[in-house]
Write a protein that binds this ligand. Structure first.
Ligand SMILES: Cc1cc2nc3c(=O)[nH]c(=O)nc-3n(C[C@H](O)[C@H](O)[C@H](O)COP(=O)(O)OP(=O)(O)OC[C@H]3O[C@@H](n4cnc5c(N)ncnc54)[C@H](O)[C@@H]3O)c2cc1C
Length: 373
């Protein structure tokens, strides 16, 4: 098959790859996104849809700033997507709640924020610590077992499937080429370009961005990068639609724009399967009913498990290859939340041939891994 050339190839059409493609859509047909087929394991189709700030950044204060910046950039992303595609991604940022089911849990939550905010360089945001009555003022029908919680005005959520569809449509309308069923099997630096062997033949590109989620672990060393990511399983329960009762997202429970209630999300490191675990689902359901007893009567209509893309310290990996200039990697576990900075900050920096200054702390050099030269 003849080699096809593009100026920039993004490997992976999940939320990270498509947010970057959106930010680079000015390249038009000079940009290609090479993706797997519909059987691919995609975190982007199984996530909870939070645009979330509170609690993040322990051990890396810059990550809290990066996340807050994305939350601030999100309204522009949502507006641009609506204008270019007509798709409303249902962004709302009314603030978000984290619930604590015992006094002890609340004390630990407060201690966590004391440590988080005390980190040098931490960009502080507003946070209210609420007792039971304080939470009840924000959530009708609160269960008596809720001891309290934390509320941050910067938190919110969106419809992540609408986001995914809107990014794909906008990138397509800009004339960029999306190639499904084009899993990249190997990647080879060739002089000043890269040669990508895909299921559909050879593609050459002057620059390449690895945004293949869990697939980055295998691909990155081929261009002198490292992405030691592993799967972390999360499960989500979907309840039937009920009349609107929740006006803001709770970190593990939210009502979507169409009235569906989602309960999630669990965290299981290591597992690479997507089997549902009944014991974990039962625990999630019990905790949700304790928080909001009215949910006891709602039917579960669906459940799924999906795999997060997790680095060893849970923070993103953004890197440019020193051995092979023009090759980049981008991966993270909060691709919904970070979609706006990926599109607005990281993508323009990559277009200029570097990672954004704010992204420099996220090089894989921080792990004890040596990328192949
Ligand atoms: C249960 C759960 C809940 C979550 N909740 C939230 C949340 O509330 N808020 C939030 O911000 N984030 C959340 N996330 C995380 C978010 O979904 C991910 O950060 C995001 O989807 C990662 O996108 P990605 O593009 O890196 O990976 P993926 O979605 O996995 O996409 C990777 C893409 O690369 C392709 N690919 C892989 N290998 C190759 C190859 N060799 N060649 C070509 N293509 C390849 C795959 O087919 C896929 O399309 C959640 C995740 C899970 C699992």
């Amino acid at each position: 098959m003849n080699a096809r050339h593009c100026e920039l190839a993004i490997v992976g059409g999940g939320l990270v790859g498509m947010a970057l493609a959106f930010g680079l859509r000015g390249l038009g047909s000079r940009l290609a996104v090479l993706d797997e087929d519909d059987r691919a394991r995609r975190a982007s189709r199984g996530n909870f849809g939070l645009v979330w700030v509170q609690g993040k950044g322990m051990g890396m204060p810059g990550y809290a700033s990066w996340t807050q910046r994305s939350a601030r950039e999100w309204p522009r992303l949502a507006a641009d997507l609506a204008q270019e595609t007509g798709i409303d991604v249902a962004l709302r940022q009314p603030g978000g709640l984290h619930l604590c089911m015992s006094r002890d849990e609340l004390d630990r939550r407060v201690a966590l924020f004391d440590r988080l905010f005390a980190q040098p360089g931490f960009e502080r945001y507003d946070l209210d610590v609420l007792d039971h009555a304080g939470v009840a003022r924000r959530v009708a029908g609160l269960g008596p077992d809720v001891a309290g919680g934390t509320y941050a005005p910067c938190d919110g959520d969106c419809n992540p499937l609408a986001l995914f569809r809107a990014l794909h449509q906008a990138v397509g309308r800009a004339g960029c080429r999306y190639r499904p069923d084009s899993a990249v099997e190997s990647l080879e630096p060739r002089g000043t370009a890269f040669r990508l062997r895909t299921r559909q033949g050879i593609v050459t590109a002057s620059r390449v961005v690895l945004a293949a989620g869990l697939g980055n672990a295998r691909l990155a060393p081929m261009v002198g990068l490292a992405a030691p990511v592993t799967p972390n399983k999360g499960q989500i329960l979907v309840l039937e639609r009920v009349p609107k009762f929740l006006s803001l997202p709770i970190e593990t429970l939210r009502q979507t724009d169409d009235g569906t209630v989602l309960i999630g999300d669990s965290q299981q490191a290591g597992g690479s399967d997507r089997w549902l675990d009944p014991a974990i689902m039962a625990a999630m359901a019990a905790r949700a009913v304790a928080a909001l007893p009215q949910l006891a009567g709602a039917r579960v209509v669906r459940a799924w498990a999906a795999l997060r893309v997790m680095s060893p310290d849970s923070f993103p990996i953004y890197d440019a290859s020193r051995a092979h200039p023009g090759a980049f990697v981008a991966t993270c576990h909060s691709g919904v939340t970070l979609a706006a900075v990926h599109a607005h900050v990281l993508a323009p920096a990559i277009a200029a041939g570097r990672v954004a200054d704010e992204c420099r702390p996220y090089s894989a050099d921080r792990f004890d891994v040596r990328a192949a030269a």
